[in-house]
Design a protein around this ligand. Structure first.
Ligand code: ZN
Length: 280
């Protein structure tokens, strides 16, 4: 028995009153391991002040950074959950319900309309916290809803991707979202409506292999991992060591795969400037 925790601390707490300390007051930077005050981190747009690491953020946090407080989250079509009755170590329907409860969203993508710099836009945002930002039927429907809204209202579309790829629990139905979203994006191009694709950490698998790489302008956040298969899988396949910054934004820009690498703090301004140029 530890007499300090079991005896002294309760006595002291009884005297001074128990103080509730929120357990999310501090965050640890995954890159440099420095402790960061959460309040400071939020005001710094979730970027580490010591090493410039860009934290992965939820779709709602992203939406607020991008559109402030004035946006309208749009309804997306309801889909039949768990069409294949999939089960691995756990039932897919249970995983889905847990993710919905944890993230307070229906699925991995939210769609919203709003205004930046006086211009109306529509945006779709992936949330990596929601089952790895995986693209199943609901995410596909969300992207198509955003495209249809852009077409109907003649608006530019901005998609923030953050995804591990297809949602394997939905099998072929998940893979079908790749051509569906590509067709929807191509339809925007035919109407000369701009599509800005913003790739954030990480954008991989079926998302990077479909609409995310079809932006009229493709922007990546600093130091984001972007690719199709993971680097370990590629190394095992080709039996070669890959460069250290392989699949990083900067590496891809040097090789012409993306147009811009932008620091999160400059992202909104950069998109505003691009829209000034693209939208008449
Ligand atoms: Zn750091």
């Amino acid at each position: 028995m530890n007499w300090i925790t079991n005896f002294v601390r309760p006595k002291l707490q009884a005297i001074v009153g128990k103080k509730e300390v929120p357990d999310n007051l501090w965050e640890t930077c995954p890159k440099c391991s420095q402790m960061l005050l959460r309040k400071e981190l939020v005001s710094n747009q979730y970027v580490c002040k010591h090493c410039d690491y860009h934290f992965r953020i939820s779709s709602k946090e992203r939406l607020e950074l991008f559109l402030g407080k004035s946006f309208m989250i749009m309804d997306t079509p309801k889909i039949k959950p768990d069409p294949l009755k999939f089960k691995d170590s756990k039932k897919y329907i249970d995983r889905l319900k847990n993710a919905q409860k944890k993230n307070q969203t229906n699925d991995s993508v939210i769609v919203a309309s709003g205004t930046i710099n006086g211009k109306k836009i529509v945006t779709a945002i992936f949330d990596f916290n929601f089952m790895g930002g995986s693209m199943g039927m609901a995410a596909g429907e969300a992207i198509i809803t955003a495209c249809d809204f852009a077409k109907k209202n003649h608006l530019p579309l901005i998609i923030f991707s953050s995804s591990g790829g297809a949602r394997m629990q939905e099998g072929i139905l998940s893979l079908m979202q790749m051509p569906r979203t590509v067709i929807a994006i191509n339809a925007l191009g035919k109407l000369n409506l701009p599509f800005i694709s913003v790739l954030t950490d990480p954008t991989t698998g079926g998302v990077s292999a479909s609409f995310a790489m079809l932006g009229d302008i493709i922007i990546a956040e600093k130091d984001a991992t972007i690719g199709f298969a993971g680097s370990r899988v590629i190394e095992d396949t080709i039996k070669e060591k890959l460069p250290q910054n392989f699949q990083k934004s900067e590496y891809l820009m040097e090789r012409g795969m993306i147009d811009l690498v932008v620091h999160r703090k400059d992202l909104k301004k950069k998109i505003e400037d691009l829209l000034d140029f693209l939208v008449v």
